[in-house]
Write a protein that binds this ligand. Structure first.
Ligand code: ADP
Length: 482
């Protein structure tokens, strides 16, 4: 594995400040998608271990909540520093279990750490209100308090950042958290737990339970001690978890699927638009929920854009993420590659033309060629469903109204992007597109300082920014009679 600090590679779960195996002794194998080698195993835990983690989080809550904001902040700050000090090892571990190029993994560690840094700072700014009273002898005060014990379930595409943007605000607010990471990428999560311990986060405040998604998820959603669940993953699983949380009226943050449109208007800077589309489409081999899924280009610039885009796609280098200069690693597994193939076959059967790529990469396994298709019909599967792979479909549109209508023709509303220079058009389009985030003349929107989240079937709540901590706070109104 060649880590500088081998103790970051943990093959046990972290519950109540202790490294533990499953009660059953069973384990799950973790695979390297670049080579199909087994990297190691993690415990296959279920309801009983999850319950113990929740009980530990409940025991840890009063002391953690009662620390001053500055005391919590200092421990989080130390956690942030340790992540950055170990950026190389954490990045390597991530590439090994996830497949993304090493530069992207290290970038994700910095991004992940930035949430801990940001919320360490925000911990000190959880302000309430005083409201002018409604009667002469009344005073009204609003305070904010931590929700309590919280749970998080996270996906494999960002093995570190999806954790820290939940754990950062939760711990800053004074909540405790039980996390279930994705079974494909548990080692990044366990390394974060190791660093949390070194940072002095007390036992029980942050536990990581690995194992059966169904069994752990059932306990996290049914257990009345858990007051809030934050989930990032598919809309299908999100809806199921929401239903499971309904009987206990648990609070929810859901960051679900997207189907991001990318519009290129006739007044766009085409070279910049190509750059933005490349960044947003092919990052993490197309496996992010804000990756461009549908590219709409206005008639008069369609051919010019397609030509420039094709030239850029042809330069992408596919390979093992640990190798120098690689842009695109393997997809997470064969199922992911099968979905890309399905979207290509469906589009081609309905008249689309493949300009570049179009098939499994010669490296084998789950490697897939970066692909560009033109003349894709509007009712193709790739227009309706999230591909989550390195496939860029180009569609045509006539005018602003049609572009907006096509962009909004989806149940999802996470990210959207468009390139235009006319100021009136910029405002009209930005206001008309139904999504939580819009990149205007840029393909990169993610940062800890801005609110990340979606509308429609893309989710509930926001992560990052000053808004992100609100998802972990309850408002309490005090009415004081004089
Ligand atoms: P993806 O397709 O990105 O893997 P999923 O929604 O399937 O998205 O998975 C996201 C996270 O949800 C993972 O940690 C996964 O293990 C977990 N998960 C999947 N199914 C369930 C379930 N029924 N209950 C709880 N968690 C689940």
């Amino acid at each position: 594995m060649q880590l500088k600090d081998t103790s970051l590679f943990r093959q046990q779960a972290y519950i109540d400040g202790a490294w533990q195996d499953a009660d059953s002794g069973q384990t799950i194998k973790v695979n390297n998608p670049a080579s199909n080698e087994i990297l190691g195993t993690v415990p296959k835990m279920g309801a009983a271990e999850t319950r113990r983690a929740i009980e530990a989080a409940e025991r840890a809550l009063p002391a953690w909540r009662d620390l001053t904001a500055k005391e919590r902040s200092q421990k989080l700050r130390r956690w942030f520093e340790l992540m950055m000090e170990n950026q190389d090892d954490l990045g390597r571990l991530m590439t090994l279990e996830q497949g993304k190029p090493l530069a992207e993994s290290k970038g994700e560690i910095a991004y992940a750490a930035s949430f801990i840094e940001w919320f360490a700072e925000e911990a000190k700014r959880i302000y309430g209100d005083t409201i002018p009273g409604h009667q002469k002898d009344k005073r009204i005060i609003v305070i904010k308090q931590p929700i309590g014990v919280t749970a998080a379930i996270t996906p494999w595409n960002f093995p570190a950042a999806m954790i820290t943007r939940k754990a950062g605000p939760a711990l800053a607010a004074g909540c405790t958290m039980v996390l279930k990471p994705a079974s494909q990428t548990p080692f990044s999560a366990l390394a974060l737990a190791e660093l949390a311990e070194r940072a002095g986060i007390p036992k029980g405040v942050f536990s990581v339970v690995t194992g059966s998604a169904g069994d752990i998820g059932d306990e996290l959603t049914a257990n009345p001690t858990v007051r809030k669940l934050s989930f990032t993953g598919s809309t299908e699983v999100g809806a199921k978890l929401m239903a499971q949380c309904a009987p206990g009226i648990k609070k929810l943050s859901l960051e679900l699927g997207g189907n991001a449109p990318f519009l290129v208007f006739d007044d766009a800077d085409l070279d910049e638009a190509v750059k933005g589309a490349m960044q947003s489409k092919y990052r993490n081999a197309g496996q992010t929920c804000v990756c461009v899924n549908r590219i709409y280009v206005q008639d008069s610039v369609y051919d010019a854009f397609a030509e420039k885009f094709q030239a850029a796609v042809a330069k992408l280098k596919v390979g093992n993420g640990l190798d120098e200069g690689v842009d695109i690693g393997p997809l997470i597994d064969d199922r992911a590659a099968a979905k890309v193939r399905e979207h290509i076959e469906d589009a081609v059967a309905n008249g689309a033309k493949v300009l570049t790529g179009g098939k499994a990469h010669e490296m084998g396994g789950s490697y897939f060629e970066p692909t560009l298709m033109v003349n894709v019909p509007h009712d193709a599967k790739v227009a309706k469903e999230e591909t989550f792979g390195p496939l860029a479909p180009l569609f045509r549109f006539k005018d602003e109204a049609e572009g907006i209508a096509l962009a909004n023709d989806t149940e999802f509303g996470l990210a959207a992007y468009f390139y235009a220079r006319d100021l009136g058009r910029v405002f009209r389009v930005a206001e008309a597109i139904e999504s939580g985030m819009i990149g205007i003349n840029t393909g990169m929107i993610s940062t800890e300082v801005a609110p990340f989240g979606g509308v429609k079937s893309s989710g509930l709540g926001r992560e990052g920014s000053k808004y992100g901590i609100e998802d972990y706070l309850e408002i309490k109104y005090l009415c004081l009679g004089l």
